[in-house]
Write a protein that binds this ligand. Structure first.
Ligand SMILES: Nc1ncnc2c1ncn2[C@@H]1O[C@H](COP(=O)(O)OP(=O)(O)OP(=O)(O)O)[C@@H](O)[C@H]1O
Ligand SMILES: [Mg+2]
Length: 255
C-alpha cells in the first residue's frame, strides 16, 4: 500500500540558479492511498499536476513537503533504497523509456538479472512477456520494430520484471488508438487481479476511467476537488469542475 501526503510540491522558478529563489507550488494538500489490487485513476485537464504528482512520489520533482509511506513505513522519494523497485513509473512515450540499442529480450533480461541477482532463464523472460500478452517473437526485436501498443506492453513488462507492488502509469494509453488502449487496459486489469498490484493511473480521458478504475480522484489546479467511486461520480458530481469535465466528455448536464 502506498500512502501519499503532499503538503506542497513544485519546481524552481529561477532558471539560472535552481537552488535559489522562488518556487512554483504546483501541488497543494494532496492525500491519497494506492491500495493493493486496486486501480486509482487520477483525472484532470492538461496542466492540473497529474504528472507532477506521479513524479513527486518517485523523487523526480525537486521541491516536496510531505510524507510518503510504503506498507506503513515512511520513505523519502529522494532516497528510496529498496522501495525504488517496488514502485515503478511508466511514461507516456513508450519508445523513449526503452534502450533503442537493446532487444526487448535483452531489456527484460537485464532487469531480471538485477532484481533477482542471478542468471536468468529464457523461460523467465517469456513468462514476463506473456503477462503483457506479448509473444516470444518480440524477444529478438528492437523497440523501433514494435507498434506503439506492443512497445508500451514491453514497458509494462520491463516494470513487472522489477517485481513491483505499485505501478504509476502516466497517460500510458493516451497516444494509442482505442482498440490498442483496450488491450493495455485489459492487461493492467488482469495484473491488478493476478499480482495484486496497486495502480495509480493518470489520464485526462474520462472514457477510459469509467469501467476501468476502482476509485477516482479529480485534480484541478494542483488540488483534489473530488474523489470516490467512478459510478457515483459519474452519476452525481459534488464539485462544479467535475461536472464540467463530464459535460465536455459526455455532454452530460451540469448538476
Ligand atoms: N519541469 C518543470 N519545471 C517547471 N514547471 C513545470 C515542470 N513540469 C511541469 N511544470 C508545470 O507544472 C504544472 C503541472 O504540470 P503537469 O505536467 O504535472 O500537468 P499534467 O496534469 O500532467 O498535464 P498533461 O495532461 O498535459 O500531461 C504546469 O503548470 C506545468 O507548466
Ligand atoms: Mg502529464
Amino acid at each position: 500500500m502506498l500512502e501519499v501526503s503532499i503538503i506542497s510540491a513544485g519546481y524552481s522558478l529561477n532558471k539560472s540558479d535552481p537552488g535559489k529563489g522562488e518556487i512554483s507550488s504546483i501541488l497543494n494538500n494532496i492525500n491519497l492511498t494506492v491500495k493493493p489490487g486496486e486501480i486509482l485513476a487520477l483525472v484532470g485537464e492538461s496542466g492540473s499536476g497529474k504528472s507532477t504528482l506521479g513524479l513527486a512520489i518517485v523523487g523526480l520533482v525537486p521541491y516536496l513537503h510531505g510524507t510518503m509511506k510504503f506498507n506503513g513505513e515512511a520513505f523519502s522519494p529522494f532516497d528510496m533504497g529498496d522501495i525504488r523497485s517496488k514502485i515503478q513509473f511508466i511514461f507516456q512515450d513508450p519508445y523513449s523509456s526503452l534502450n533503442p540499442r537493446m532487444t526487448i529480450g535483452q531489456c527484460i533480461r537485464e532487469v531480471l538479472v538485477k532484481s533477482f541477482n542471478g542468471s536468468v532463464l529464457e523461460s523467465e523472460i517469456v513468462e514476463v512477456l506473456s503477462q503483457v500478452e506479448l509473444g516470444v517473437d518480440v524477444m529478438a526485436k528492437y523497440p523501433h520494430e514494435l507498434s506503439g501498443g506492443q512497445c508500451q506492453r514491453a514497458n509494462i513488462g520491463r516494470a513487472l520484471a522489477m517485481n513491483p507492488d505499485i505501478l504509476i502509469c502516466d497517460e500510458i494509453v493516451s497516444a494509442l488508438d482505442v482498440s490498442v488502449q483496450a488491450k493495455i487496459l485489459n492487461v493492467l486489469d488482469n495484473l491488478k487481479k493476478v499480482r495484486n498490484l496497486g495502480i495509480l493511473f493518470t489520464t485526462h480521458d474520462l472514457h477510459v476511467v469509467k469501467s476501468f478504475a476502482d476509485e477516482m480522484i479529480i485534480l484541478h489546479q494542483g488540488k483534489i476537488v473530488e474523489r470516490g467511486y467512478p459510478e457515483k461520480i459519474f452519476a452525481a458530481q459534488e464539485h462544479s469542475y467535475t461536472a464540467k469535465l463530464l459535460q465536455s466528455a459526455y455532454g452530460l448536464a451540469e448538476s
